[in-house]
Design a protein around this ligand. Structure first.
Ligand SMILES: Cc1ncc(COP(=O)(O)O)c(C=O)c1O
Length: 349
């Protein structure tokens, strides 16, 4: 299929087109020796490990990710969690009180929150009953004002990955930017879409260190896109948006890919065990297939079962008020001991 001509400039928010970014003290010089004296940023000169501002471009972390993911550092932008990355995308492309986005509920709640914060209309096109995007409905809802389309795959809370053929058709035919939120991609049997970025100039892929990488506490989100899109997001990001401690911790963790893969393997084994056990619980109606580190389960009465679990000291996510999720609870896969506790508590209800 031939994609239509894509002109990034025509999707940019007016005031961003000509924005002059903040130029930080460390952006304005080239090193002449490895022993420069820094009297430019009003820092405290006494060393304690974090007395200096962090690298605003997070060069070391990006280099590490570039090697791991086999992608150029120019195609990477880092944020204070992927939530910050998503917010930057709104600010770059959506004119407040004018533009719109399309999301596919039930899905990750922050898209709607960010749309509200940025005064952007959120057009919600519900997933089909098997949790797939309704391709025709999405395209019919698109118009000159719908700048962004959010696809969360694997999707939170339904846990499935969308069919690759549908995603591809949406990227090719949606006349705007498509964001694939791959927060859970490391648990998935499917390949990341970052492999296909070169084919699709309107594609942004977001990932995070909060899930499979076990680093939710450091807040590090990753955005992969064309160099053109990355340079625009770079212009509007706060200069020091990823702090020094986060960069150090991320580097340490990213240098241990085998340990990360082993944890993922254990989580997936536990997921399979939980699915088998959940199916045996008498008040469980449906255990949906999972391509992530959580499981969506339909029970007889989600509110009662949720409260019953809290009383036994177990917190899960009650999704009963989400479309298509009536009486559904979402269970994150924990350690073996935690999962045994969950199954025991459910059996006691
Ligand atoms: C689909 C999805 N995207 C993004 C995030 C947020 O990621 P981060 O911790 O990087 O902000 C979450 C967190 O639950 C999520 O479920």
């Amino acid at each position: 299929m031939e994609r239509q001509q894509f002109q990034l400039d025509s999707f940019l928010r007016g005031n961003i087109k000509d924005l002059k970014p903040y130029s930080s003290a460390r952006d304005e010089y080239s090193e002449v020796s490895g022993d420069m004296v820094f009297l430019d940023a009003n820092e405290n000169p006494f060393q304690n490990g974090v007395n200096r501002y962090p690298d605003p471009q997070q060069y070391k972390v990006k280099s590490q990710l570039s090697k791991l993911k086999d992608i150029s550092t120019d195609n990477i932008l880092l944020g204070n969690g992927s939530d910050e990355v998503l917010d930057l995308i709104f600010r770059a492309f959506c004119e407040p009180n004018m533009d719109a986005i399309i999301t596919l509920p039930p899905t990750y709640g922050m898209y709607d929150v960010l749309a509200n914060i940025n005064a952007v209309r959120n057009i919600k096109i519900q997933l089909s009953s098997d949790f797939e995007p309704n391709y025709d409905d999405v395209l019919s809802a698109a118009n000159a004002k719908t700048k962004l389309l959010f696809l969360c795959s694997p999707n939170n809370p339904t846990a499935n990955s969308f069919k690759a053929a549908t995603i591809e058709k949406l990227i090719l035919n949606f006349n705007g930017i498509v964001i694939i939120d791959e927060a859970y991609i490391d648990f998935s049997k499917d390949e990341s879409w970052i492999r296909r970025l070169k084919e699709f100039p309107n594609l942004i892929v977001t990932q995070t260190l909060s899930k499979a990488y076990g680093m939710a506490g450091i807040r590090l989100g990753v955005c992969y896109a064309s160099t053109q899109i990355i340079s625009i997001l770079n212009r509007i990001k706060p200069p020091y948006n990823v702090n020094e401690l986060t960069q150090l911790k991320a580097l340490e963790r990213l240098s241990k890919p085998i340990a990360i893969s082993e944890e993922i393997k254990r989580i997936l084994e536990q997921r399979d065990w939980l699915i088998l056990e959940l199916k045996k619980i008498e008040f469980v109606d449906t255990v949906y297939a999972s391509d992530a580190n959580f499981i969506l389960v339909k029970v007889d009465d989600a509110n009662t079962r949720y409260t019953g679990l809290i009383q036994q000291g177990i917190v899960v996510r009650n999704r009963t008020n989400q479309p298509l999720c009536e009486n559904c609870l979402r269970f994150t896969v924990g350690t073996q001991q935690e999962n045994i506790k969950l199954i025991t508590a459910l059996t006691n209800l």
